[in-house]
Design a protein around this ligand. Sequence first.
Ligand code: ATP
Length: 511
Amino acid sequence: MSELTENAFMEKIVSLCKRRGFIFQSSEIYGGINGFWDFGPLGAELRKNIRDCWWNDMVRSRDDVVGLESAIIMHPKVWEASGHVAGFNDPMVDCKVSKQRFRADQLFFAAVIVDGKAAGYVSALESEKTAEELQEKAETFKRKKALAGKLEPVQARDFTQAKPDEIPLIPSPATGEAGSLTAPRAFNMMLQTWVGALRDESSIAYLRPETAQGMFVDFKAVVDTGRVKIPFGVAQIGKSFRNEITPRNFIFRSREFEQMEMEYFISDEDDWAKWHRYWIDWCRNWLVSVGIPAAKLSEYNHPREKLSHYSKGTTDIMFQFPFGAQELWGIAARGNYDLSQHAKFSGVAMEYFDDAARRRFVPHVVEPAVGVDRIMLAILCSAYAEDEAPDEKGKMESRVVLRFAPRIAPVKAAIFPLLKNKPELVAKAKEVRDLLRPHLNVFYDEAGAIGRRYRRQDEIGTPFGVTVDFDTLGEKGDELRDTVTVRDRDTMKQERMKISKLLEFLLSKIH
Ligand code: ATP
């Protein structure tokens, strides 16, 4: 893929997702709505597999984690206690001419300094190449203004650092002209609605911006009913909503998205750093288990001075997206802040009683929080490949292939009768489909030449292609009767096996 530019690579992913029914723009027939996405038949399957793998590994295979499904709309006090009403803000800048909005911390600018004197300003939106872009713009600026002298290397700053007298001089990234940008102001990202018949202050409610608060608010209910013992976790998968100022990078940043979060409650006397490290490693290994190459993952530790006052440490697992290394999974050690806040605001003690030590305390928490959408995008970017495969006559042709890990692939096996106009082949192939269908998501396809059918499955990442041919019917004798060929998507090698062995073989490869 190295020959592809980052943009061209993203375009290929976006167009494949649309063409093959993974991801559609929401409400497209009405022109779409920014920051919302729909998931087509294959996208829905892929997401279900992501959720199921996470739930199985995080909840069902462990003794110390239980599940929860809390409501999307909660009592508005929850969001006061959590700090979201007062502090869930992003700094926003408006361009008065283009009417576009930007996040101030994603809008960069620099002074153009020639012979030690500021001659003007340039600006650019955050990308992998912000610094280079600003430098190029500064050179163009100098050339256009015919300024003689030495241009100093530009020093990029984000717009939250702009001084009041600089703001009118900084060009808008939308128009390229200065004078239209407003000073940054705080913008609360919670989506608001009204519950009940009255529309006034008292009926305001919020669509949750994270699933985590459900686990804190229901902490006592889980402890009282769940027979859990510290250390233990409560996990949830569900939709969250944020009125992001600039949704972008396909499904990377949307306004409606789905989170998979787990709150791991530990003793106040336990070593939080040990658990923090444990969960970072767990998350990295899990990502690798769903087909994300370890080499594309890195860790970013939030600097102490940027952490919220209660946070002990936050590490993001970053994925090398085509548009740069970005946060995929955040693992935060949150102390006992959330439970203490809810105790304060609700008047209900959020404590745990340790039977053995005869001691009551407010547990501390380590939280791994990730989005289904970001994992889906990381999986798609990791799986996409172009290579060559032989056609019917053995001539090499280029193919697009999604190399999904079998456990995550939307379709596990495709079943083909060699020819569709031979009723015996069709009947046998449908028999094979019916044999596998209760156990695996399989797809039956009889349309077109077999090579084309393989190619269609390669493009949606189906790991195995099962073909029923004349040998299956016993044309070459009993030895090959009731055998099929199984083609491996990646090696393109075919092996013959008994239909009676097929299910066991596929299950062994998939789980
Ligand atoms: P960012 O800095 O990218 O806005 P964040 O630090 O606010 O993210 P968290 O509040 O830690 O994100 O959310 C946990 C996880 O939820 C993120 O790691 C990401 O996978 C996912 N997530 C957060 N916001 C969005 C969004 N707008 N669209 C898609 N996924 C998101």
